[in-house]
Design a protein around this ligand. Structure first.
Ligand SMILES: Cc1ncc(COP(=O)(O)O)c(C=O)c1O
Length: 405
């Protein structure tokens, strides 16, 4: 307690550092906004630091709010364990580095998020990890790529960004395992409410919790789920690289996660209604939504998904300038480049999320110049329909930009 012989600053620091002992359980997970935790003695500090006993010492390693989120995610993904990160990219990076090092090879689907592709072809390639890209809907091609030499990881997405390609996760997991590789799946576009790759044989599931898991586009976070043994390795990478999820961010993700079911039901209902309507509109070349009968993976979706999210893509026949005119005419969506939020977001992947890709890589990934990716929010469907109708009107009247030499 207060020792009046001590100086004012010493007393101030001690006075503000007495967390209350609370006997009752809080109904929400408290924000443990602290970098450090104290221990009874030096031995206990050493034991926790070396993982000999459970506990907390430093929030880069573990923090109770972050651990509560990791435990919740493990349960919802159907995994033994999980670990959380500052962003989805940090989660993907740590997962891959936990599995592959210099001289190793990864096989990755061609339909993959642009920054993930860039991580593989620049950062990991620079560290000596090679990646071969393959169409993951073609199981023979995947088998051949895996057979071409030792492979540590087969990597795919539940719903690919931005072309909504659906792959057979049970078949891909079995193929990966037959060739001694781990199967890693990015479940960001679906969320564990819609698809649980662990139940289909995946070894690690990675997610940007910035999207549907938190749901309100007000926090950045990432998650990896898998067996306790694999998550131990992922955590080791995180401890040394340091992309720690802040306690406040963990709290915000937990708060959003509570309503994932009601949010996703509404996202799915509204996105399906808009996709069905777009299919009938002039100037729309194709609509790619997992719940439409026209989706090439429709039958797989029925077997491996539980409904859909708010994600779909559509292609305007007027190309790049029509796509930009459509976006500029919209009044409800903000012109931004994320997804999985209460806010509807419409993006033009060739000029935003996939800007790192040259024309050849865009074509290889099936991204046409007039492609638009929609993440439908929780606004009223009638308002979004009226806004999209105005967007189509503008797209039909758009004049191609003059070609400059
Ligand atoms: C499919 C997918 N995976 C990973 C990420 C990366 O997530 P974050 O921005 O949280 O790092 C994104 C971001 O848009 C994404 O769309």
């Amino acid at each position: 307690m207060t020792d009046h012989r001590q100086g004012f600053s010493t007393r101030a620091i001690r006075a503000v550092s007495r967390p209350p002992a609370v006997d009752q359980q809080a109904t929400s997970v408290p924000i443990y906004q602290t970098a450090t935790f104290s221990t009874a003695d030096a031995d206990e500090l050493g034991a926790i630091a070396t993982d000999a006993v459970p506990g907390y010492i430093y929030s880069r390693l573990d923090n109770p709010t972050a651990t509560a989120l990791a435990d919740a995610m493990a349960e919802l993904e159907g995994a033994e364990a999980a670990y959380v990160f500052a962003t989805g990219m940090a989660a993907i990076h740590a997962s891959l580095v936990s599995l592959a090092g210099s001289g190793d090879r990864i096989v990755c689907t061609t339909s993959v998020y642009g920054t993930t592709r860039s991580l593989l072809t620049t950062v990991l390639a620079g560290l000596g990890v090679g990646t071969d890209f393959v169409d993951a809907t073609d199981l023979d091609a995947v088998d051949a790529a895996l057979a071409a030499g030792p492979v540590r990881v087969l990597y795919a997405e539940t719903l690919s960004n931005p072309t909504m390609v659906v792959v057979d996760h049970a078949a891909l997991a079995a193929l990966a395992h037959r060739h001694g590789a781990a199967y890693v799946v990015d479940n960001t576009f679906a969320s564990p409410y819609v698809c649980r790759p662990m139940e289909l044989g995946a070894d690690l599931v990675v997610e940007s919790a910035t999207k549907y898991i938190s749901g309100h586009s007000d926090v950045l976070a990432g998650v990896v789920a898998g067996s306790a043994e694999r998550i131990r390795e992922v955590r080791r990478v995180q401890i040394d690289t340091g992309a720690t999820l802040a306690p406040l961010s963990a709290f915000l993700v937990l708060r959003g996660l509570a309503t994932i079911g009601v949010r996703l039901d509404r996202h799915a209902a509204t996105s399906t209604a808009l996709a069905r309507w777009l299919e009938r509109q002039e100037g729309v070349q194709r609509v790619v939504h997992p719940l439409l009968a026209s989706h090439p993976g429709h039958e797989l979706v029925a077997r491996q998904f539980h409904g859909a999210s708010g994600m779909f893509a559509f292609e305007l026949s007027g190309g790049r300038h029509a796509a930009k005119a459509f976006i500029d005419a919209l009044t409800i969506p903000a012109r931004t480049a994320s997804l999985g939020s209460i806010h509807t977001m419409v993006v033009h992947p060739p000029s935003t999320t996939h800007r790192q890709l040259d024309d050849g890589a865009l074509a290889e990934a099936g991204i046409a110049p007039g492609l638009l990716r929609c993440s439908i929010g929780l606004e009223d469907v009638e308002d979004l329909l009226a806004d999209f109708a105005a967007g189509l009107e503008a797209a039909r009247g758009a004049v191609p930009e003059p070609v400059t030499a």
